[in-house]
Design a protein around this ligand. Structure first.
Ligand code: 5GP
Length: 120
C-alpha cells in the first residue's frame, strides 16, 4: 500500500475532472484553477498534475527540480494572463504551522489588492 502521505487529495479529483474547477491555465505537467475560498480578488492555485510524493514543499527531492521550476514559471504566466501588472503575492503553505490544508503541493497566486508584509 502507498504511504499515507501519498493518499489522493481533492486536487487529484480536480485533475481528473471528477469535481469541477475553474481552470485558468494548464500544460502537460501543470494545472492552475481558481481557489474556491478566495483570499484576494484574484486567487489561483497552481499544482503539478502528478503529485509524485510532493505532498508539500518540505518533501521536495532532487527529482522534483524540473516540476518545481515549471510551477514557478507557470505562476508567472498566469499572473500575466490575469493582468496582475502592479504586483502579486506567491505563497506556499507547508505543514500545520504553515496552515497547509491540502497535502498535494500547490502555489497560491494572490493579487488584485494591496498585500501586506509581514503576512501574519
Ligand atoms: P492550503 O491551505 O493547503 O495552502 O491551500 C489549499 C487551498 O485549496 C485553499 O485555499 C482552499 O480554499 C483550496 N481548495 C480546497 N478545496 C478546493 C476545491 O475543491 N476547489 C478549489 N477550487 N479550491 C479548493
Amino acid at each position: 500500500a502507498p504511504p499515507p502521505e501519498d493518499a489522493p487529495t481533492i486536487f487529484d479529483k480536480i485533475v481528473n475532472g471528477e469535481i469541477p474547477a475553474t481552470i485558468v491555465y494548464q500544460d502537460e505537467k501543470v494545472l492552475a484553477f481558481r481557489d474556491i475560498n478566495p483570499q484576494a480578488p484574484t486567487h489561483i492555485v497552481i499544482i503539478p498534475k502528478v503529485k509524485d510524493g510532493l505532498t508539500g514543499i518540505s518533501k521536495a527531492e532532487e527529482r522534483h527540480v524540473d516540476i518545481l521550476g515549471r510551477l514557478l514559471y507557470a505562476t508567472k504566466l498566469v499572473a500575466k494572463q490575469e493582468g496582475l501588472d502592479d504586483g502579486y503575492r506567491v505563497v506556499i503553505n507547508d505543514g500545520p504551522k504553515g496552515c497547509q490544508s491540502v497535502y498535494h503541493l500547490h502555489i497560491h497566486l494572490l493579487g488584485g489588492r494591496q498585500m501586506n508584509w509581514p503576512p501574519g
